[in-house]
Design a binder for this molecule. Sequence first.
Ligand SMILES: Cc1cc2nc3c(=O)[nH]c(=O)nc-3n(C[C@H](O)[C@H](O)[C@H](O)COP(=O)(O)OP(=O)(O)OC[C@H]3O[C@@H](n4cnc5c(N)ncnc54)[C@H](O)[C@@H]3O)c2cc1C
Ligand code: SF4
Ligand code: SF4
Ligand code: SF4
Length: 375
Amino acid sequence: MATKTFEDLIKDVHERGICQQCGGCVSFCSSAEYDIINFVDPYSPPVYINEDDCLECGICYYICPQTRVLDDELNKIYLFEGFSSMPIGNYLEIYSCQSNDKDFLKNGTDGGIVNTIINYLLEIDEIDGSIVSKTEAPFSREAIYAKNKEELIDSSGTQLNISPQLIELQKFSTYTHTIPELKNYKFNKLALVGTPCQIYSIRCMQSLGVTPSENVKICLGLFCYENFLFDRSQLDKFEKDFNIEFEKIKKINMKEDLIFQMGDNQEPHKEMHIPFNYMKDYMRVACNACDDFTNIYADISFGGLGSPKKYTTVIIRTEKGKLLFQKVRDAGLIKLRGISDDEIFRIQNILSAFSKKKIERKEKFMKNLNINLKL
Ligand SMILES: Cc1cc2nc3c(=O)[nH]c(=O)nc-3n(C[C@H](O)[C@H](O)[C@H](O)COP(=O)(O)OP(=O)(O)OC[C@H]3O[C@@H](n4cnc5c(N)ncnc54)[C@H](O)[C@@H]3O)c2cc1C
Ligand code: SF4
Ligand code: SF4
Ligand code: SF4
């Protein structure tokens, strides 16, 4: 079989409208200092910027989460028999917890656990920094390299001089090309926070032993049901669709649905829940072609689903993840919510139900597009 190239990626993925813009192909290709492909428009798939220089190596095709060429290799490592429990993947432990650090807890989307773990790794010099995501401007979230607590908190976006409502929406409305940022930190030890599509691509690179994945010491994966494309022109429609006054939104969370915490003098703590299937007009279309909700290839996965407000659900997947979480616990940095076996069973079930829903959505979408699940 002839080696597939970026040309084939355009045909098989971009032209079918299923590029998830994870940035994996750009991250690998540009780490070798070639300017061959890149994102030109932040809301569109990457393009050739120097096609003549393409080496036709095919790595971009191999590491794309939509071609799934390396599924079998990854599954041998991350879904080993005996421990695998699809559809939520292999796991060793499940917790519901929150940070003991008041800054991380206050600024965290849920329990502030992801940033607490990154900060611990920085303090004990296990990593030099972490690729996280920061609000740069209204509706624009950029990947950044955070080296200390201040930068981690700053990346939550709350320091910016724009309205809090916009900041909250930006947490989910625009996509961060997290992994291309990796190429700038070749000789550093990094933690990487990412959505399932991003972590998949990094794991493919690690499985092939290609740069810049060797810098990633730990993969911290976020649950992700879908992501949104929001621009200002859609705000009016959004307010009308859901009868929400945008300026009253204080916080947005994603769990089993989209949760808006409203706040004004009359109704200071009102919560509105919008089911994901009501958000179709704002969703990134390519997210329909994605079937991993709980980030099954991460070392540790994090989400709000399954836990109460201001707590994070944590799935420990690998031995590396288990050791790290144990150290963070021993250092007294997090508070575990005491949960019984029944409660763990309940969390497993709710995560499984959501994962199945996502798998079914993908199957339906691919069938309508007439695309085989494996290209
Ligand atoms: C697009 C998206 C969709 C999600 N969907 C769901 C869902 O459907 N159900 C659910 O239960 N949970 C979902 N989550 C996860 C949830 O919102 C929280 O991120 C998770 O519970 C961790 O919360 P925390 O308070 O422990 O993390 P924190 O301590 O607040 O840390 C989060 C860290 O992640 C970084 N970050 C966020 N997004 C990115 C990104 N794209 N690339 C790199 N770094 C990033 C932030 O900068 C921050 O450093 C989603 C997250 C995202 C980004
Ligand atoms: S050089 Fe290789 S990785 Fe880069 S675009 Fe060409 S085929 Fe893809
Ligand atoms: S690797 Fe990511 S950005 Fe590149 S084509 Fe595939 S989905 Fe799109
Ligand atoms: S649903 Fe989440 S993980 Fe899947 S493609 Fe969209 S952003 Fe990536």
